[in-house]
Design a binder for this molecule. Sequence first.
Ligand SMILES: [Zn+2]
Length: 310
Amino acid sequence: MHCASVDLGGSKMAIHFSVMGRVVQRERIEIPAGCAPQSILNQAVALLKQQIGLYGPINTLVIASAPTLNSDGTIVRWPNRPDWEGLAIGSALRIAKVDRVIWCDDGTAATFGDATVMRASNLVHFSLGTGVGGGVVYQGRMLPDRELGHLLVWPGGAPCSCGRAGCLQAYASFRSLDKFVASMGFSDEATLVHWRLRAVQALSLAIANLVELFRVEVVCLGGGMLGRFPEMPQLVGALLREPGYLKATLTAPLVMQSPQGTEASVLGGLYLAEASHDVQNEICEGGIDTSKTTIRHVGNGLSFISMSTR
Ligand SMILES: [Zn+2]
């Protein structure tokens, strides 16, 4: 089986290819500010054609996407890259000899990958990148359409791209880091430590509430931020054990870097590309059929309920 996964994020497009479950090619296309979106898509199509030439037709291509795509695979909303809105990603990448194209939220793909690897019943994944994405698996089922980046951690606090103020994303994303550094006027070590403290506090607050709700056992942190601040999981784990975060009766979760490192979305997309069509239909937007209400069980003990089609 020949599969491909595209992770479309705010600053890059990562593309991985696998043959019979083994990753055979990893590519990364930078997306500089102001670049023409079509030129990025053209590069992606050229890579797909190159791989098809090497390994034959691609059975499934998963697009793990930060922006919201509609059921046609068109970007309908992307506050971080408004010039990309209206672009038909799904159809642009549905080229000859790509049998099946499906798409889902990038946080969903990453969470699916982590849940598959960790086999935890109650797991939360945070993707810390240009924004903050993620997903929740509760009692072995993925909860649909959760936007963890917009959990409120500080009412009236830092402004968020959603129009509100005080969201997690306004404290723990690269965009928030850039804004914080700009507001301080310089980016010395003390500034970075100050920002990191706020990010760790914001994440810990959000996680404490998720543990209360979902008895979270494992928290996986992924995204480019982990490359910049690899100590983040340990700091969050330690803060959660401080008084004032979790009730004494609750067990602190294991907080760790995603087992898929900073490539959780693109690798999670590959897991999804290799999964059965039933599983793909259950958790992806723009699925092949419309039977999106049933719960199906996956071979590894997990089961997933559908993502709704927007
Ligand atoms: Zn927000």
